[in-house]
Write a protein that binds this ligand. Structure first.
Ligand SMILES: NC(=O)c1ccc[n+]([C@@H]2O[C@H](COP(=O)([O-])OP(=O)(O)OC[C@H]3O[C@@H](n4cnc5c(N)ncnc54)[C@H](OP(=O)(O)O)[C@@H]3O)[C@@H](O)[C@H]2O)c1
Length: 257
């Protein structure tokens, strides 16, 4: 494969990208950035229909579809609707996830499982659906899984989330191994703490601790994560698969004691 010119490295023109959980936060940032790079974007949402449809209105080419991606039917519907409205998907970003807090001593079994499923099961079901479609078409593609620094370094009250994100990192390598021969690359992005509306008021001590410990001295922004995803979805990373790109302002380099 010859390397494209630098000006085309991040160009997604002609590609169809599915971004899960894209009605808010990081997913929204990824959808916007991919659209800017030329992709037609499927903006998936679970409860944020109005936000997803408003975002689609701002993109050159996009469509919105809802659904709980723990359900196989909803995943099939997402990819069928993508093909019907935009064409068959080439790129998938598994961004959907939840991160409530529960202690190990008190977590109800269902709540614990819900966190694992919303992060890990959705990632597998969507990856499988895209991979089946790509292999049937004989086409290559790219999957980017949004993990977290908590998949590498545990945070308190997040045993379910830490475990699910750690599992996503190993799932990423497993999928890279199995799907590479089909020209499907699978990589992960592990963000640190990302700014969202009201976070300074809701969690001042967390923000201060992060800003103090991270060598780059600030919270991340959705665009910081989106650009890492763009690299891994594009030809710029054509020989990278099974990797985990940590995007955390360097906070994991902070001394442990
Ligand atoms: N924010 C951070 O600091 C941070 C740091 C590291 C990693 N991450 C990861 O980045 C991703 C996005 O986080 P965010 O902070 O941007 O959160 P967010 O704004 O709450 O976005 C998460 C999206 O995922 C959707 N979702 C959750 N469970 C789902 C399910 N079962 N089926 C379908 N959609 C589902 C949510 O739908 P609803 O709106 O209906 O809930 C929402 O649209 C997550 O995977 C998160 O773990 C975030």
């Amino acid at each position: 494969m010859t390397a494209p010119p630098v000006s085309q490295l991040l160009d997604l023109t002609g590609k169809v990208a599915v971004v899960t959980g894209a009605s808010s936060g990081i997913g929204r940032g990824i959808a916007e950035r991919f659209a800017e790079a030329g992709a037609a974007v499927m903006v998936h949402y679970r409860s944020g229909r109005a936000e997803a449809e408003a975002l689609v209105g701002e993109l050159p080419k996009g469509h919105a579809v809802g659904g709980d991606l723990c359900a196989v039917d909803a995943v099939e519907h997402l990819f069928e609707e993508t093909e019907r409205s935009l064409g068959p998907a080439d790129i998938l970003v598994n961004n959907a996830g939840i991160y409530p807090m529960h202690s190990i001593l008190e977590a109800p079994a269902e709540a614990w499982q819900e966190v694992v499923d919303a992060n890990l099961r959705t990632t597998h079901l969507c990856t499988q659906s895209l991979a089946r479609s790509l292999t049937k078409r004989g086409a290559g593609g790219a999957v980017v899984n949004i993990a977290s620094i908590e998949g590498l370094h545990p945070a308190p009250l997040h045993s379910h989330y830490n475990a699910a994100k750690g599992a996503i990192l190993m799932y990423t390598r497993s999928a890279a191994l199995e799907l590479g021969p089909h020209r499907i690359r699978v990589n992960a992005v592990s963000p640190g703490l990302i700014w969202r509306e009201g976070i300074e008021e809701a969690w001042p001590e967390g923000v201060l601790a992060f800003e103090t410990r991270a060598p780059l001295g600030r919270l991340g922004r959705a665009e910081d994560v989106a650009d890492a995803c763009l690299f891994l979805a594009s030809d710029a990373s054509r020989w990278t698969t099974g990797a985990n790109l940590v995007v955390d302002g360097g906070v994991l380099t902070a001394k442990a004691f």
